[in-house]
Design a protein around this ligand. Structure first.
Ligand SMILES: [Zn+2]
Length: 274
């Protein structure tokens, strides 16, 4: 029996605006708010763990000048200091930060948690290393948001024991106790992973940007293909979507929480204490 259950609290730090008709093909043309959600996971022996970090004010500083300013032009970001991850949880209490992928709305707070172990996929690290700073914005990477030498200190999911899931394929058991297992969800960004976590009330799958709106899973209503311009691999994205549709069909009670999905936003601060 597994008694390494974790508890989870969904938070948000900043938001940007997206075109509804791009997020879900066929939706009315209007701007919708894209919350940059992240999660605090409390593990019985490993302490407090962050899954992504949301935005920080550093996004504005990092995108002040050309060419990074193009990123800010395409993505209008609003962030209040009181919302930043470090204001919602004491950095000294955070033992691990899991990065689903390296886009600015996921890694924005990383620098504020210098004592935590950072985790990412090998592909994310490789892409970061081979992308020169000046070209990073084109891949959604802002080198200014990363601590110095973070690559050297970052642990990879692939260094953990692997587990095979009948639908999700090969996953990596972060702490060897099945409490947090990382599965690849490629397509949106190079090396994106999601976290299947075990809570007392059942599993929850944090799927990052594998989709933006749950209707992509339940109603096959995915984004407009125009967004492929900003994606790493459109074919992989659709393969990942199909995998998640299959997972949802087989496990309809397991919540799939995507970073910007309205269903995830509904869960912000629930439960209130962690
Ligand atoms: Zn992203």
């Amino acid at each position: 029996m597994n008694d390494n259950y974790v508890s989870i609290s969904i938070r948000t730090a900043g938001h940007c605006f997206a075109n509804a008709n791009y997020v879900t093909k066929g939706d009315k043309k209007r701007k919708i708010r894209f919350e940059a959600t992240w999660a605090i996971i409390k593990h019985p022996s490993r302490g407090k763990i962050l899954f992504d970090t949301g935005y920080t004010h550093r996004f504005h500083r990092a995108t002040k000048y050309f060419p990074n300013s193009i990123y800010a032009m395409l993505t209008k970001v609003e962030i209040e200091l009181s919302q930043e991850a470090k204001m919602q949880i004491n950095p000294d209490e955070v033992s691990h930060v899991i990065l689903s992928h390296l886009h600015a709305d996921h890694v924005g707070g990383l620098i504020d948690f210098p004592n935590a172990n950072c985790w990412a996929s090998e592909k994310c690290l490789n892409q970061f290393q081979k992308t020169p700073k000046w070209r990073g914005f084109a891949k959604g990477l802002l080198h200014e948001l990363f601590p110095e030498k973070w690559i050297k200190n970052c642990k990879t999911f692939e260094s953990c024991n692997s587990i095979i899931h009948e639908i999700l394929g090969k996953g990596y058991d972060l702490f060897g106790d099945n409490s947090i297992v990382m599965y690849p969800l490629p397509g949106h960004a190079a090396g994106q992973f999601g976290a299947l976590v075990q809570t007392k009330n059942g599993p929850i799958f944090l799927v990052a940007d594998a989709f933006w709106d749950m209707r992509a899973i339940t109603h096959k209503m995915g984004p407009d293909p125009i967004v492929r311009l900003f994606f790493d691999n459109w074919k992989d994205y659709n393969t990942t979507l199909n995998k998640l549709r299959k997972f949802h069909k087989a496990h309809p009670t397991v919540p799939l929480l995507a970073t910007h999905c309205p269903k995830t936003v509904e869960m912000i601060y629930s439960p209130k204490t962690i």
